[in-house]
Design a protein around this ligand. Structure first.
Ligand SMILES: [Cu+2]
Length: 326
């Protein structure tokens, strides 16, 4: 059959959207589960109505005289065209409001809070502990499973929107205003988020990963994230020297060195993240090389100037230094 291949491949392609790290149909948090329930209910209900309408249309076109007369009767028109939609939509709307009003258990007072600032075109992430200790990171969020965490959203420039479909609905990040999202991951695993409000230039390349992990693993990870960068091994000292002398530290911080910049992402543990430059690249030595040399090709218009000053060997040294910052 000539159409079998295109049909199956397009269906497969469509179904790809149903699973995976960025699918609202594959929830891994309380809020997204409720949105998922409502979505499936609405889809199922509209399918039933759609089939009923198709059957009625079939009868109207091909049915016997007697059936068609019944279909045209006033009772069915008023009942099916007015009473049923009003009743059904009211019930569905009510249920939708009910689901959305349930809310998730709010984060405990004095618990962990995560501040996320949208910047053109990356995410500044700060973990704020109950004690007031602030731990800087970027472009990736880790969450403990089974405990609600408050995410405080704002923007440093234009309006962005924070959306992790597997965890919750989207929420705007507005300059000068704080919006709070309470996330409640229900199982460990990887999710992907995306800026969902056009914010200029490489907006489409402003993504991030969320890693939900068991409470004890999370605590261990957070301690490591809080620590300064360890001094590099002897063979990587050259990379560090290049980093410090090329002026990278004017924009980036590597805690434990004299790089204290705050314009760009904190790089103290950049090698331990899953991706680079807000999920524009994977994270390995060659990705660091590409980013430093060809960043403007990888992510056009991003705010980091291109560096064409380094030799291949220097790029390699710099990249190896960054890669071991874990
Ligand atoms: Cu955006």
């Amino acid at each position: 059959m000539r159409w079998a291949v295109p049909l199956t491949s397009s269906v497969t392609l469509l179904l790809q959207g149903c699973a995976g790290v960025q699918s609202a149909l594959d929830p891994s948090g309380d809020e997204a589960e409720r949105i998922g329930t409502l979505t499936w209910l609405l889809i199922a209900f509209s399918m039933v109505v759609f089939i009923a309408v198709l059957l009625a249309a079939g009868v109207a076109i091909f049915g016997r005289e007697r059936w068609r007369a019944r279909l045209a009767g006033e009772k069915l028109v008023v009942g099916g065209g007015l009473v049923f939609p009003i009743a059904a939509l009211t019930v569905l709307l009510g249920y939708g409001f009910y689901l959305m009003s349930l809310g998730s258990p709010s984060a405990e007072q004095g618990g962990l809070r995560i501040e996320v600032v949208g910047e053109q075109w990356w995410w500044r992430v700060t973990y704020v502990e109950g004690t007031g200790r602030r731990i800087e990171s970027a472009n990736e969020i880790r969450l403990p499973v089974g405990r609600p965490v408050e995410i405080e959203l704002t923007s440093a420039d234009v309006i962005h929107s924070f959306w992790v479909p597997r965890l919750a609905g989207k929420l705007d990040m507005i300059p000068g205003h704080k919006n709070t999202l309470t996330l409640h991951p229900t199982k460990p695993g990887l999710s992907r988020g995306q800026c969902a409000e056009y914010c200029g230039g490489p907006h489409a390349l402003m993504s991030f990963y969320v890693i939900a992990m068991p409470e004890d693993e999370f605590a261990t990870w957070l301690e490591r994230e809080a620590a300064d960068a360890a001094p590099p091994a002897r063979n990587l000292a050259m990379g560090q020297a290049l980093f410090l002398s090329a002026g990278c530290g004017a924009c980036h911080a590597v805690r434990g060195t004299r790089a204290r910049g705050t314009i760009g992402p904190d790089l103290t543990h950049v090698g331990g993240r899953l991706s680079l430059a807000a999920a524009a690249l994977e994270n390995d030595v060659s990705a660091f090389v590409r980013w430093i040399r060809d960043g403007q090709h990888v992510k056009p218009e991003n705010r980091m100037p291109p560096y064409e000053i380094f030799t291949d060997q220097e790029l390699r040294q710099l990249a190896s230094y960054l890669d071991q910052l874990r």
